[in-house]
Every structure is written in C-alpha cells, then in structure tokens.
Ligand binder design. Structure first.
Ligand code: SAJ
Length: 431
C-alpha cells in the first residue's frame, strides 16, 4: 500500500523526533487525528513522563496527553530503531548557535543519523527545526540517503517550519497554517497530505529553501522591528517622549502598521537566534545582512541599558545601586510562560549583582534559575518584600501579578514592559 493510501485511510503510523515544545504538541495533534504516533526522544526522563501520561509542556495539558497514551496512540521511546514502524516522521530538534554565533546543526544531524538506518521505502521525512536555507538538501538529505534510500524515488523529504508561539491562547498547532516545501514536487505533495491529516491549513511552496527562508523571514521581521523599538526607546528617553504612548497611538492606524514594543531584551530560543542562521549562510554568497547584524546589536544592548536605567532611577532617590535591595518582578523570557531560555533577566541579574545590588526576584512561573554561577530562588511577593526593596524592576509582565499592590507598597519601580500603564504614580519610572 502506498504512503498516500496509508495517510488517507488513517493507517499510517506517524513519527516525531524530539518531544519538546514543538514535537509534543505535534505528536498530540497527530494522535488526536487517530494515527498511531511514535515519539523518538533522547531523554529517558521525558519518555518516562509521557508514558506516565504527564506533560512537561505548559501548552499540552496532561489531561489531553494521558488518554492518548493509555489508548496506545502515543508511544514515546529512546529506541530510534522504532522509526522503522513509522510511515512519516517530523524532526523537531533544537537549532542553537555555538559560542561564535554560528549555527549548531548537531542536533539535526544526530536526529537524521539516528533514523536513517531504519527508513523503509515509501517513507516521508520532514524537518521542522528553524535553520538556514539549504540545510534540508545539503545536510539532512545525504545522511538519510546513506542507507540505500533515494529522495524522490523511494523516500520523500521536505522542510516544514514550526510556528509554535508558546503560551498563545488562540493559535496552537492545529489552527496555525503550515508551510511545506519538498525536494521534489512529489515530496511536497506527500508532505501536504501528511500535515493535512492533523493541521487545518497547509501551504505548499516551491522548494525546501523557500520553506526554510519563509520561517527566517517571519522571525527576522520580528527581531528587526523589536530592535527598531529598542533604538527609538533610547532616543525618546533623551527627547523626553513616552514611546509607549506613541506606539499605542500608531497602532490606531487600521492599515500599514503592526505594533512592536521596546523591552529589556530578546529572549526565547527563536527570535534572538534564528536571524543569525541566515547571516551566517549569507556570507557564503559574499552578502552582509546588515539589518540582522544591527538588530542583534541593538537587542543585545538592552540588558545593559536596563541596568543603567536602574542606576538612574535609584539616583533620583539619592541611592546607589551598590548595596541597594533590588526586587526583580518576572524573569521568564516573556509573559505567562515558564521558559528562561535566553531570558534577558539572566544577564540583567548578573550585571546587577556585579554592581553590588542585593538582588531578589519573584516569578510564579520560575521557582529558580542560575544568574551566572549563582542559583537564585523566587521569593513570595509579600508587602514586606516589595516595600523593603529600594527599587522594584518589572522585567516580565506576567498577568497573574497584583500590580496594584506592588504600586501601593513599592518605594520605586522601573517598569520595562509598560505593565503599569494604568497607574499614574510618581514612583513608577517607565523604560
Ligand atoms: N518581544 C519584545 N517586543 C515585542 C515582542 C516580543 O521585546 O514587541 C520580546 C519578548 O519579550 C521575548 C522575545 O521578544 O523575549 C520573543 O518574543 P516572541 O513574541 O517572538 O515569542 P517567541 O519567541 O516565544 O515565539 C516566536 C513566535 N511569536 C510570535 O509570533 C508572536 C513566532 O515568531 C515563532 O513561531 C516562534 O517565535 C518560533 O518558534 O520561531
């Protein structure tokens, strides 16, 4: 029976490599569509959690996962030989940067190498990890073809970027349109059939490179526009203009404008990182992606800018940062999630402590994190904790925070997210 037939009659076994914030929601959507799913994961801990019906991804409730596991629709394993049971596999592994800001493709290569010996004729493999144009055909395809399979003949290969927005209450895996681009038209067609089994809208494009570039465009668009806001913020400070009010006014324009906001810096495993995958590849073509470089420079400077603003704010109360009690409010990389990856709070904490601050933090989503070599633990947000701080610094504006109480009890607040726009109080300093 052909792959197309197995996909269409629901008998195809689907696979996911990497059960993280992308792979686990994908596996759940696949299983909810009735397909048996094999989850291939290197972490024994994650496999054990999943097989016990417990989710470690906030966007996937355990109540949703557990029945799919107990029904045998999701099987997680560290045994990559089980890839042989799948008819179509999506690779969803990290694509970090190395210390020289060059792409680290080792996770993708390891995933491809682990499944390659187990590929049978008529299989589809898709790569979802955000990466530079060319990765699918230059890096992944040779690995998959090393055991007798041939793309376009008995193996289908495509790129399909993940578009997960962690914590987004409206758009999840099923209702976010999915772009697919195959090595050959038949690869594209099979990738489209695959994703249509469990995603509402699938958008085919002309090639793997077009699909890889689509994702990078989406994220570079964000990082450049956020950097623009961060640069204008620094100008507006000198011009004594409230940029937050300006953005709110600009977004009343019903066309041709999209609001972005300044902030303490860029966090997450995508926006601060993905653009550098393209600028790295562009050098191969003697091309300098100056917008990407400049936006990275501006965004990376924001934690230092925040620390300078903390010192200025304390100065207005005739206090120095050295010896000051600083309460950081919210440390996750964005509101209403528990993820600390690349969070600007990490560098800000380190800088504040280096300058002698007596630093504490509260974040109901993040019980502890490492600021440099120091492991710090979240304190309870009590009136005493707030009032005893020489300054409260809002880094992440979680919606579960009682800001009225913070304004009531604080001596001084630096608000880097405009979380206190509803409060008109002289103790509140906006970034
Ligand atoms: N940020 C700002 N100002 C803004 C928007 C965001 O400073 O106006 C900061 C956030 O606080 C955060 C960072 O930028 O630290 C990234 O924020 P984000 O909203 O881009 O969220 P991510 O990185 O979790 O997810 C993004 C997705 N977000 C949205 O589309 C809203 C999406 O671009 C991708 O699906 C995802 O990255 C990815 O996986 O690439």
């Amino acid at each position: 029976m052909s792959l197309e037939q197995r996909l269409n009659d629901g008998s195809a076994v689907l696979g996911v490599v990497g059960l993280g914030y992308v792979g686990l929601p994908l596996a759940v959507e696949m299983a909810k569509s009735g397909h048996k799913v094999v989850g291939l994961e290197v972490s024994e801990g994650k496999v054990a959690e999943i097989m016990a019906g417990r989710s470690y991804i906030p966007d996937v409730p355990s109540e949703e996962l557990a029945p799919l596991v107990s029904a045998g629709l999701i099987v997680a394993t560290t045994d990559f030989a089980m890839a042989a049971q799948a008819d179509a596999i999506a690779i969803c592994v990290p694509t970090p940067l190395d210390e020289m800001k060059a792409p680290d493709t080792s996770y993708m290569e390891s995933a491809a190498t682990s499944i390659a010996p187990h590929l049978h004729p008529q299989m589809l493999v898709t790569l979802e990890s955000t990466t530079y144009p060319g990765t699918t055909e230059e890096v992944i395809q040779p690995i998959l073809e090393a055991h007798g399979r041939k793309v376009g003949t008995d193996l289908y290969l495509a790129f399909s970027p993940e578009r997960v927005d962690p914590g987004n209450p409206v758009y999840q895996t099923r209702n976010t349109p999915k772009v697919v681009g195959g090595v050959t038209p038949e690869c594209t067609r099979h990738a489209k059939l695959f994703y249509e089994r469990f995603i509402d809208t699938v958008v085919p494009v002309s090639s793997t490179r077009a699909a890889e570039m689509t994702k990078l465009l989406e994220n570079i668009f964000r990082s450049v526009n956020i950097a623009l806001m961060n640069e204008l913020l620094q100008l507006c400070e000198r011009m004594n203009i409230n940029l937050w009010d300006v953005v709110d006014a600009a977004k009343t324009k019903p066309f041709g404008y999209m609001p972005f906001y300044p902030g303490p810096g860029l966090g997450g495993h995508c926006i601060p990182i993905d653009p550098f995958y393209l600028s790295w590849k562009a050098r191969e073509y003697d091309f300098h992606t100056e917008f990407i470089e400049l936006s990275g420079k501006v965004n990376e400077s924001m934690p230092y800018y925040v620390v300078r603003r903390v010192m200025d704010a304390l100065n207005t109360n005739a206090k120095s940062l050295s010896g000051a009690r600083v309460l950081m409010l919210g440390v996750a990389y964005k509101a209403d999630i528990d993820d600390m990856r690349e969070s600007p709070a990490i560098l800000i904490s380190k800088l504040l402590m280096e300058k002698g601050a007596d630093l504490v933090y509260h974040d109901s989503w993040v019980p502890k994190f490492k600021a440099g070599d120091t492991e710090v633990f979240s304190v309870d947000l009590t009136s005493e904790e707030v009032s005893s701080a020489d300054i409260v610094v809002i880094i992440t504006n979680h919606s579960d925070t009682d800001y009225a109480a913070v304004v009531r009890d604080a001596q001084l607040i630096l608000d880097t997210r405009n979380a206190l726009s509803a409060f008109d109080d002289s103790k509140v300093v906006r970034l």
